[in-house]
Design a protein around this ligand. Structure first.
Ligand code: HEC
Length: 157
């Protein structure tokens, strides 16, 4: 390869990497602040909805009746044992009110970060049990039963 060709390839590659890094939001662990890695965990979650979410930070399933129903049944098997059937709180805190141990939970990016990466103690990472798309559905269900102050619903802003 000639030097000029090599340079062209190099520049194109750099542009590609820079473009990709700029396109997606950086998701961080709620406690450690480490960047979350989506390369591992339960497969099948890299759907169009999740791709959109990574770019916009908005959950495309909010207000989507079918996705919310699916999210409800996923919640009942994966979360209700610790957070209560109506997300009223049990071993873990309530998830349908406006009090958050981790204030980021009031945004969809923050809520996803807690689900994917976990928090402390019994709240382990959920990504081996649920894939990213399933988490978005559970989140949409939680938002649909929200009972807190509408002004604190950061995910709507
Ligand atoms: C084994 C019990 C257990 C399971 C299962 C579990 N959680 Fe938790 N969760 C907890 C505990 C305990 C905490 C408090 C941890 C902390 O404060 O760091 C917590 C914290 C959270 C928080 C942070 C709440 C806040 O006020 O900031 C969210 C959000 C959450 N869980 C969502 C979920 C969802 C959704 C699921 C199902 C996918 C789930 N959890 C499954 C026990 C559990």
């Amino acid at each position: 390869m000639k030097a000029s060709q090599f340079l062209a390839v190099l520049l194109a590659g750099t542009a590609l990497i820079a473009g990709r890094a700029g396109a997606d939001i950086a998701f961080r662990h709620a406690v450690t602040g480490e960047t979350l890695n989506f390369e591992y965990g339960k497969p099948g979650g890299d759907t169009d909805a999740f791709k959109k979410f990574k770019e916009t930070g908005k959950n495309p399933y909010n207000g989507d009746k079918t996705a919310i129903e699916k999210g409800h049944s996923l919640y009942l098997s994966a979360c209700s044992g610790c957070h209560g059937h109506e997300a009223e709180g049990k071993l873990g805190p309530g998830l349908a009110d406006d009090y958050w141990t981790y204030p980021r939970g009031a945004t969809d990016v923050g809520l996803f970060e807690i689900l994917w990466g976990g928090a402390q103690g019994m709240m382990g990472p959920q990504n081996t049990n649920l894939n990213a798309d399933e988490m978005l559905r559970i989140m949409a269900w939680l938002r649909s039963i929200y009972k807190g102050d509408p002004a604190k619903a950061e995910w709507l802003k």
